[in-house]
Ligand binder design. Sequence first.
Ligand code: HEM
Length: 292
Amino acid sequence: MNALQPGVLAPVPRAARYLSFSLRPRANPRRSLAALAGLADGESCVVGIGESVLRVLGSTVEGMRPFPSYAGAGFEVPSTPAALWCWLRGSDRGALFHKGREIEHALAPAFTLRQAVDAFRHGNGRDLTGYEDGTENPRGRKAVAAAAVKGMGAGLDGSTFVAVQQWVHDLDRFQSMSVKEQDNSIGRRRRDNMELARAPASAHVKRTAQESFDPEAFVLRRSMPWTDGTRAGLMFVAFGKSLDAFEAQLRRMVGAEDGIADALFRFTRPVSGSYFWCPPVRRGRIDLGRIA
Ligand code: HEM
């Protein structure tokens, strides 16, 4: 039986490393993907495949499409497609680093590492602004219903789509805001995580309230703070049974519906945006039977 990669459902780990890869010109990815399938259990390494790789394999996964780009009032939301994405999950940064090298070697020469980003859990799962992240995530069966493809047949059932966006925070700007302005920009009180009864329409949780969409737009968020020593922010990661829910939320965040941009843009910016299809697991390994 196919199932979701277990790392999708598990709580956010203590430490992580995100790898994104490009495909070399005219490279055949089959052998590299087979080597990756031997290494990736979907738990310590969650794998996502980009549209360009599906195309070169002659495969289609219904619902896969390019990440949209937007220009809002004073900000951009870029689309930066990548061939392959690995989310290494664990607790020991050294072990994650070495696992990353092992994967990089297994994927060579067809794939080249484009970016590696180290991420970590902050407190009980907070963004670096101090706000708890993930409170309104669906749980249990609802999490599976939000994330897992079903009714599409072997090799597709148990797969999921993921939206990945690296956000860079301007923490000086954020810290120059009053506590009230900070709380209003999220729509929750940082002190006790209570939702504000009268949050402005630009508040992030007002923009993204999952039940307010038609159809309802539930996603399974597994974002983590990251830093490269000088810059820092949130690696936003949202899994879904399709990309529709994420896209509906993003459209509202940029103000495409009503001209009101999410207040998050007052102190943070996305610098990347990619979609991947995450194959299911079978007998403890990612199952590439549908595409390779
Ligand atoms: C720097 C980027 C972001 C930060 C710091 C951030 C932070 C937060 C925080 C603190 C919450 C409230 C607690 C919770 O329910 O998790 C939240 C909720 C949420 N965020 Fe974000 N978020 C970011 C980007 C995004 C993006 C890009 C999307 C989707 C396009 C998104 C979708 C959601 C959703 C769906 C909720 C729950 C809304 C609800 O149903 O109440 N977030 N986020």
